[in-house]
Design a protein around this ligand. Structure first.
Ligand code: IVH
Length: 682
């Protein structure tokens, strides 16, 4: 008899169901109704209990368990799925006249039957379709080309406003369509963090939403605070009931199933009501917490949809009106220059304040020297400022009617406004930067931010504000100063009129700093902020040199031997360690107890004294893994073939050039299997 089948899993199953229901309920109240019914601590305890039970009894874990909200699944690539119902787009227009024509045509085609329209917001995000069967979310697919999209189900499960299991009454089988948007507040927070982490910020919330849905690790997507707004219910034949005979009725039903549907939908009976709705939202949209780029007008009575039919690409029963970007012309009073955390200098236009899209615009970025040149902005010009679907106003041109004869070009700053250093323009780059990394205040704070960031030393109790506080108070000028901090220096620290650091806060800061002493060498190396040494580069250097002393003593040629480390980077690294200030810094960090030696990953010394060049694709390892494997057995890996190479380890699809060169140099070529035999591994 199967031993396990005799264990009664009933009580476990019951507890899992109970926990799931409770968590679903608290999530719903929190994300849909803005109501916190229990403390974070209690909520986490419930979730942890559920996760533990599901880990212990995986056969009882449902794919729609609320534990899936935190993600954890990895998508190597996204499966392509054919939409059951093609995902159509709507005809769209910027012209009110065309909306009038749409309305008149619709009325003519429908004839005598009474009907209405719904007007609703057109979200500026990413369209997705969610399939529900028996009340369970089974699949989430992006629009793709309308016929075929990407299966993003595991990422969609992490979006709190997407119900995983429906409540109340629902059709047995249907598709919910809507838009995934990135609310401004969450978007701005995420972008600010990206800059601190040295990552390229997203251009706008739509791109960020789209990028987030394509993240390979769904737990990363879970952190993104995306929102789903449902705007359409696609019903197969046979699922019809009276409530679904109007579009507004379908959305009301969807809301009772647990979907977030927009509250700003309005039933309109004629063109005047439609126009009033459009007018209202043309300005009111700026007060919404997410981007809206137009209004969608649909015939409300769904049985009329079939009667109206389709044009080649889009339904005849709906149309989208797109808001025009709002524009204003205002005098340029002056240009100031801002130095960012990385030293890049950004020119900013100081404008005569002008009312635009619900806010007063006083300043707008001029991006860089090339931007100013390409728009030919001169002193005394009036500039055209535009606000499109996003919140940040853009300079789009010069209002030439105000151009003064002999207007002088903008004088670009020659020195850094923060530290006075002469600005530098790197060849081929669009802007200037301040080269004084070591002494320029915003750059110093930037270095501190980088040092404490998550992927570096991960000292999360020190945010930007606190770092600025520590820097401005003179307590922390270099990263090594962090390790000398004492509680009595921190307590009471603060900006006038704002909260100061209390004993508990000081304690948290000091314990996070102290904990960072365990961070492995590769991340310490990354944290140093050596130019062009990113997370991956630091890892490679740490693996190759094993400790800081070997790296500090290495020549440019030796550093350039490290995989993918170009000559330019090698010179920068070498220069970094030639600077006595840096050597002092490293000695202080070492004395503080930071890790400057890589963890020993040695498994054997079978390959000691041998140098390998690795090329091609392998069946049991990635390229990085092969290299790590060779090193863990005491071998060395080099990127180019030379007389010092002992073996060329050849995978599949290796280039013929390498092969030829190896043969010419008389280097022994071995296959993956021969290599595994060599280290004595299956
Ligand atoms: S209805 C068949 N309603 O705008 C009708 N679309 O071309 C399906 N969109 O691709 C669309 N907000 O991604 C509809 N309230 C809304 C919308 C909306 C945004 C997007 C959708 C569609 C495009 C219109």
């Amino acid at each position: 008899m199967d031993l396990f089948s005799s264990i009664d899993l009933g009580p476990v199953q019951d507890r899992i169901s109970e926990l799931s229901k409770l968590i679903d309920h608290y999530n719903y109240e929190y994300y849909m109704n803005d109501r916190s019914l229990i403390s974070d601590f209690e909520f986490d305890a419930l979730l942890r209990e559920l996760v533990d039970l599901e880990r212990q009894y995986p056969e009882l874990a449902s794919p729609n368990s609320p534990s899936k909200r935190v993600g954890g699944e990895i998508n190597k690539s996204f499966r392509q799925v054919t939409h059951r119902f093609p995902m159509l787009s709507l005809g769209n227009t910027y012209s009110i006249e065309e909306i009038e024509e749409f309305e008149a045509r619709t009325r003519r085609l429908i004839g005598e039957v009474p009907f209405t329209y719904t007007c609703e917001l057109k979200y500026d995000g990413v369209a997705i379709g969610l399939t529900y069967r028996h009340g369970q979310l089974v699949q989430a697919v992006t629009r793709g080309n309308g016929a075929v999209g990407d299966d993003i189900t595991s990422n969609a499960r992490t979006i709190k406003t997407i119900p995983l299991r429906l409540r109340g009454e629902y059709p047995d089988d249907f598709e919910a369509r809507g838009e995934v948007v990135y609310p401004f507040e969450a978007f701005n927070q995420m972008n600010a963090q990206r800059e601190v982490d040295g990552l390229e910020p997203f251009a706008n919330p739509r791109n960020a939403a789209s990028g987030s849905l394509k993240l390979q690790d769904s737990s990363e997507c879970a952190k993104r605070k995306l929102m789903f707004c449902m705007y359409f219910m696609m019903l197969p034949d046979g699922e019809m009931r009276p409530a679904y005979e109007t579009h507004s009725g379908r959305l009301d039903s969807a809301a009772s199933m647990g979907f977030k549907v927009q509250p700003h939908i309005k039933e309109c009976k004629d063109i005047n009501e439609i126009k009033a709705f459009i007018d209202y939202w043309d300005t009111e949209r700026w007060n919404l917490p997410y981007a809206v780029d137009g209004i969608v007008i649909k015939v409300n009575q769904t049985p009329l949809w079939d009667q109206l039919g389709m044009t080649a690409k889009s339904p005849r029963w709906a149309i989208a009106y797109k808001f025009k970007a709002q524009q204003a012309s205002t005098p340029l009073e002056s240009v100031s220059f801002q130095v960012g955390r990385t030293g890049v200098v950004t020119p900013v236009a100081n404008l005569t304040p002008v009312w635009l899209g619900g806010t007063t615009v006083r300043r707008a970025t001029l991006n860089n020297a090339d931007f100013i040149a390409s728009l030919d902005i001169r002193e005394g010009d009036h500039l055209l400022v535009e606000k499109g679907g996003e919140i940040i106003p853009k300079i789009v041109g010069v209002d030439m009617q105000y151009r003064q004869p002999n207007a002088r070009p903008i004088a670009y700053a020659a020195t850094c406004p923060e530290c006075g250093a002469a600005l530098v323009r790197a060849e081929g780059e669009t802007g200037y930067y301040c080269p004084n990394r070591e002494l320029c205040p915003p750059q110093r704070v930037g270095m501190l931010e980088h040092f404490v960031s998550r992927k570096a030393m991960d000292i999360d109790s020190l945010g930007t504000e606190r770092l600025e506080l520590l820097y401005n108070s003179g307590l922390v000028r270099t990263v090594a100063d962090l390790y000398d901090l004492r509680a009595e220096q921190l307590i009471g620290l603060g900006v006038e009129g704002q909260a100061t650091i209390q004993a508990k806060g000081a304690d948290n800061i000091l314990s996070a700093i102290s904990k960072s002493k365990e961070v492995p060498f590769e991340r310490v190396l990354f944290a140093l902020g050596i130019r062009l040494v990113g997370e991956v580069g630091a890892k490679k250097l740490a693996r190759y040199f094993s400790n800081i002393d070997a790296l500090m003593q290495a020549s440019i040629e030796e550093i350039a031997q490290v995989d993918d480390m170009g000559e330019k980077t090698a010179i920068i690294i070498h220069d970094y360690f030639a600077n006595p200030d840096h050597l002092l810094l490293i000695e202080r960090l070492r004395a503080a107890g930071l890790q400057f030696v890589a963890e020993d990953r040695t498994i054997s010394s079978r390959l000691a004294g041998l140098t390998f060049v690795v090329s091609g694709v392998f069946s049991s390892f990635s390229r990085e893994e092969v290299k790590a494997h060779i090193e863990s057995h005491g071998g060395k890996v080099s990127s180019s073939l030379s007389s010092k190479t002992s073996y060329l380890l050849a995978g599949e699809k290796m280039g013929p050039e390498k092969l030829k060169k190896a043969e010419k140099l008389g280097i022994k070529i071995i296959s993956e299997q021969e290599y595994l035999d060599m280290v004595g591994q299956e």
